[in-house]
Design a protein around this ligand. Structure first.
Ligand code: G6P
Length: 660
């Protein structure tokens, strides 16, 4: 990977005087937790200079990757792999030894993947042909690699050190300075709230936090929250605070979120990069109404109880909502929603509940993984290995699904976060140059913590469709238990499954083995497992804030690797737009229907559904009132504001509780 140095930054970023990131060595973060078990000391790294790459705008239009000799070689090789069963591969001592890495405190074992040394060599050739390193460094340097939106992709800058020698500049601003100025604002504000120096409208301490947001403005922060809830430092830091997330536009979600909350002690965080997302903005208005219902319709109620985390380009919208500038925590267009956990989107709610210091440890972990990713050679690079094996499984072995199986209850929201991160990033059908792909890209991701998943969908994993599995486990529990008389701790018991399941998937169970166990002949086909099902195992020391940060960045980078090799733009999401636009059109039609006018739909199928929906509600109304109702008509003439109210309007006051 020795590529010519760029002639100069064409796309905006400015660099320090010399090779910069090359001074950073992997795993050197000082923030590794001191608690047991110690993070294994990183192997000394080879440094990689970020200057050895070509500018993104000079990356040539690549031919469809499926037409390259590197791709064809892998296709041929896939036939060879079919010849050997995983149960034989995993008996090879030398192979198993070669197929694990211990880097940045994380052990990755990929010996249960259907790969050989040759597979890895061929994948490495493919990565080189697809300019993987060049694309990675372009991302870190702030090139506009999200070219359909003309944006840089700089989530790595969100966890840069203040004195980082790598200083991308976007729109004339040094992004690292920008990041640190907001982090300081967040620290100051959240400390003041936690110390009671900033209070609510009636002078009460703000101890209930409601984060309103959806998609990337929700899933990642919720994933972090669930991890920190039982993190030993997190448990103490959060005493006396609650954090709830309001994401769905379903009014029932409002009901659940507000139940038993005292509005006078509640701080609402509106998290929306664009500050236009329909669901979030309706929920934001609902929560504002809820505050007003209790404390009066005074602008100060909003300015003291509502904060915003949004992109700088939404500043006017934030202000016109009534939010004060001091309560506005900005992020930037160069942070994608699903990559925004380390921005204000995650920083504000998490710091309010757990304190800024704990959130900083998440950033330390993510930074450690960023450094690992950019520096380590392929065979020691965890996200790169995982990404390339992902490409191999999907495009060559044709597994079009993948499952994330954390053996840690506190990671219960990781599968949902990965689902958005990966499926929104790589769920595409054209390459960077707009060519239709003729190879499989973008897995269907799903998952559930073990052992719950074992009693749910594992039947399919073992005997139905083959789905590559990511097993994630920890050496030490956040909170282990030893029950009197038990031979193992409860965490050990959990981990027995973490070790057993990958073997069950790989080995399966043959008819001969079943016969030897005395299984009756008629049952044998029903109890035979074909095995040969790939998985990988990630083993981390303990689910601390630092290691959560590593995991977060690891999966972000895995997604990027796959997108880079498939030559996709993993950072836009145009596929989400069409449905949003259509929903706006339906809104107009429903308004018509509610006003008792004929609904004109775009097709008979939608018209039938809309008519049924509107008329069924009206029939319920008639039953209740004994009167014929046009639209919602009970409260006023058709077409008036009242006419659009639901039949049983709720008083938002019912959804909160004054505790004293
Ligand atoms: O943060 P917001 O602008 O409200 O966007 C929230 C979400 O909405 C969209 O539908 C996108 O697909 C997501 O990537 C985004 O995270």
């Amino acid at each position: 990977f020795v590529l010519p140095s760029p002639p100069g930054p064409k796309f905006g970023p400015k660099f320090g005087p010399s090779p910069i990131y090359s001074q950073i060595r992997g795993g050197s973060s000082p923030a590794s937790p001191t608690s047991e078990p110690p993070t294994p000391s990183p192997t000394p790294s080879r440094t990689v200079s970020l200057t050895n790459h070509i500018n993104y705008d000079e990356v040539p239009d690549l031919p469809l990757v499926s037409t390259t000799p590197e791709w064809k070689a892998l296709e041929e090789h896939a036939k060879e792999i079919e010849e050997t069963h995983l149960r034989d591969y995993i008996m090879d001592d030398e192979r198993c030894d070669a197929m694990h890495v211990l880097e940045d405190g994380i052990m990755l074992d990929y010996s249960r993947q259907r790969v050989t040394e040759k597979t890895l060599d061929l994948l490495s050739d493919l990565a080189e042909a697809q300019l993987l390193r060049s694309k990675m460094t372009s991302m870190y340097r702030g090139a506009p690699i999200n070219f359909t939106e003309k944006r840089a992709v700089l989530h790595t800058a969100l966890r840069s050190r203040k004195d980082s020698p790598l200083r991308p500049v976007v729109d004339g601003l040094d992004v690292v300075d920008e990041v640190h100025s907001v982090l300081e604002q967040i620290k100051k504000f959240t400390d003041m709230v936690r110390e009671g120096e900033v209070t609510g409208y009636t002078g009460k301490q703000l101890r209930n936090i409601v984060s309103v947001g959806i998609g990337g403005s929700y899933l990642g922060p919720e994933f972090l929250h669930e991890c920190l809830k039982t993190e030993p430092e997190g448990v103490n830091a959060a005493l006396g605070y609650t954090l709830r997330f309001l994401s769905n536009v379903d009014p029932v979600d409002v009901e659940r979120t507000c139940s038993e909350l005292d509005p006078e002690e509640t701080l609402i965080i509106i998290v929306s990069k664009t500050f236009t997302t329909a669901e979030t903005m309706l929920n934001a208005r609902t929560m504002r109404q809820w505050l007003w219902d209790f404390m009066g319709n005074d602008p100060e109620v909003v300015s003291k109880h509502v904060v915003a985390c949004a992109s700088t380009s939404a500043t006017d919208k934030v202000r016109s909502f009534g939010i004060s500038d001091d309560y506005f925590f900005r992020f930037w267009d160069w942070v994608g929603g699903r990559y925004s956990v380390c921005s204000a989107a995650g920083a504000v709610p998490i710091s309010l509940v757990y304190g800024f210091d704990l959130f900083s440890k998440v950033l330390d972990g993510a930074r450690s993984m960023d450094e690992h990713f950019i520096q380590k050679p392929l065979r020691r690079n965890i996200p790169m290995l995982m990404g390339l094996i992902g490409v191999w499984n999907m495009s060559f072995l044709k597994y079009n699904m993948r499952t994330t199986l954390p053996y840690a209850e506190a990671l219960l929201k990781l599968p949902a976060h990965i689902q958005q991160l990966d499926m929104e990033s790589n769920g595409k059908h054209v390459t960077r140059s707009g060519k239709e792909v003729d190879y499989l890209v973008g897995e269907v991701d799903f998952g559930e913590p073990g052992t719950n998943g074992q009693h749910s969908f594992f039947q399919l994993l073992h005997m139905g469709q083959a789905v590559p599995c990511d097993f994630i486990g920890f050496v030490k529990s956040q909170n282990d238990l030893v029950v009197d008389g038990e031979t193992l701790s409860s965490h050990d018991e959990l981990m027995t499954n973490f070790f057993a399941q990958p073997d069950a998937l790989a080995n399966g169970k043959t008819a001969d083995e079943l016969r030897a166990e005395g299984v009756p002949e008629w049952q044998i086909p029903h109890r035979t497992f074909h095995g040969n099902r790939p998985s990988m195992s990630l083993l981390l020391p303990k689910l601390t804030a630092f290691h959560v940060g590593q995991l977060l960045a690891l999966y972000e980078h895995r997604t990027a690797v796959q997108g880079f090799v498939w030559d996709l733009n993993s950072f836009d999401q145009w596929g989400v737009e069409l449905g949003k636009k259509l929903a706006l059109g339906i809104k107009d039609k429903l308004v018509e229907g509610r006003a008792g006018r004929t609904i004109k739909a775009d097709n008979p199928s939608t018209k039938r559904l809309l008519d049924y929906y509107v008329n069924s509600v009206n029939e319920d109304e008639e039953e209740e009132t004994g009167r014929k109702q046009p639209g919602w008509g009970k409260n006023g003439p058709a077409g008036s504001d009242f006419a659009r109210q639901p039949p049983q309007p709720h008083n938002l006051k019912d959804r909160g509780t004054k505790l004293n």
